[in-house]
Design a protein around this ligand. Structure first.
Ligand SMILES: NC(=O)c1ccc[n+]([C@@H]2O[C@H](COP(=O)([O-])OP(=O)(O)OC[C@H]3O[C@@H](n4cnc5c(N)ncnc54)[C@H](O)[C@@H]3O)[C@@H](O)[C@H]2O)c1
Ligand SMILES: O=C(O)C[C@H](O)C(=O)O
Length: 344
């Protein structure tokens, strides 16, 4: 079907005037998220103080003369921003500031993600896809989902694709191969320092032959360097760059939404390509049902699906099971905290 004949898809980006928003919007308008045959209608949601900056971004979007860009609307009204939306990218969040307790942070984000969830419930397209990027991403996604009782829970997800991409890049560099020569990495659990980047079912292609990753890199490097480096990469970027990751976070958000909407497809050897996504648990792998946790995942272009039979292999990496349990326990404690605060 030609571009002229396709109905535009509405994409809402919150926090549109922020750093990730600026790195995200131009790529969406260029067709990198929904494909080069799908026109997009952009809705930019911001707080009143940042509306002028968002208007400036909208002016630049117009100046790019993107063939796929149908329209850009800027608003501070969630009802307008989510009206009929097909793709909701929830980036804007309240960052933790000096002296702020964890409860204060959750409360402040509850004030953002509760109303946005409600607005999605009332105004979004029935088949809306939501990804939460703003931290604490998994729990913010849970808050939004709990305020949208008419939207299937599976339509709310959180971003762990950045952690996944970081893990793939670090393993490829250590093994001396390209990222195309790595597959089967999984990020489990929370987008936080407790996450478990798991190599126990990963493979690396060396000299045209696929080998278990843990035969190519040793378990000491995995335990002492790989896992902590991936889990703390966000903090490392903040300390080196002086600001939270922005372009890489935007790129991972595009990867997550594109794979969800268009499918994960086949991997390097023709088998189903899997990635990592924080999606609602159906109880798989001992993760309590309803938590939004990162899993090995595929999409056929409809729903994300949790890939079975990939439990962390304790024999290949002693302590793997405990690592999964620890990150899930953190998600449970965040869920309990927001319940106590009356946010879900
Ligand atoms: N999940 C991930 O992998 C990942 C990676 C990097 C950053 N992040 C998180 O993404 C978030 C955004 O990062 P950033 O660098 O773009 O921050 P930023 O401070 O540059 O931008 C955030 C924007 O959100 C806006 N905002 C705040 N409340 C809003 C609301 N209620 N509605 C609409 N907009 C609102 C702010 O005005 C601001 O323009 C942060 O929470 C950050 O920690 C997540
Ligand atoms: O913003 C942060 O705290 C870090 C971010 O989530 C990241 O992983 O880069």
């Amino acid at each position: 079907m030609s571009v002229e004949n396709r109905a535009p898809q509405t994409v809402t980006v919150t926090g549109a005037a922020g750093n990730i928003g600026y790195a995200l919007l131009f790529r969406i308008a260029a067709g990198q998220m929904l494909g080069e045959d799908t026109p997009v209608r952009l809705r930019l949601l911001e707080v009143p103080a940042a509306l002028k900056a968002a208007e400036g971004t909208a002016m630049e979007l117009a100046d790019c003369a993107f063939g796929l860009l149908d329209s850009v609307d800027v608003t501070d009204d969630p009802a307008q921003a989510f009206d009929g939306t097909h793709h909701a990218l929830l980036v804007g969040a309240r960052p933790r500031t000096a002296g702020m307790e964890r409860g204060d942070l959750l409360q402040a984000n509850g004030g953002i993600f509760g109303p946005q969830g409600r607005a999605i419930n009332e105004h979004a397209d029935d088949a809306v896809r939501v990804v939460v990027v703003g931290n604490p991403a998994n729990t913010n996604a849970l808050i939004a989902q709990q305020h949208a009782p008419d939207v299937p829970a599976s339509r709310f997800t959180a971003l762990t694709r950045l952690d996944h991409n970081r893990a793939v890049a670090l393993l490829a560099a250590k093994a001396g191969v390209t990222v195309e020569d790595v597959d089967g990495v999984t990020i489990w659990g929370n987008h936080s320092a407790t996450q478990f980047p798991d190599l126990t079912h990963a493979r690396v292609r060396v000299d045209s032959e696929w080998k278990p990753a843990l035969e190519v890199v040793d378990s000491a490097w995995t335990d002492d360097e790989f896992i902590p480096r991936v889990a703390q990469r966000g903090a490392e970027i903040i300390s080196v760059r002086g600001a939270s990751s922005a372009a890489s976070a935007a790129s991972a958000t595009i990867d997550h939404m594109r794979d969800w909407a268009l499918g994960t497809g086949a991997g390097a050897d023709g088998s189903a390509r899997r990635t990592s996504a924080a999606i609602v648990s159906d109880g798989s792998y001992g993760v309590p049902e309803g938590l939004i946790s990162s899993f090995p995942a595929t999409s056929d272009g409809g729903e994300w699906k949790i890939v079975p039979d990939l439990a962390p292999d304790e024999a290949a990496l002693p302590g793997a099971g405990e690592r999964l349990a620890a990150t899930v326990a953190e998600l449970e404690s965040e869920r309990d905290a927001v319940k106590e605060l009356g946010l879900v």
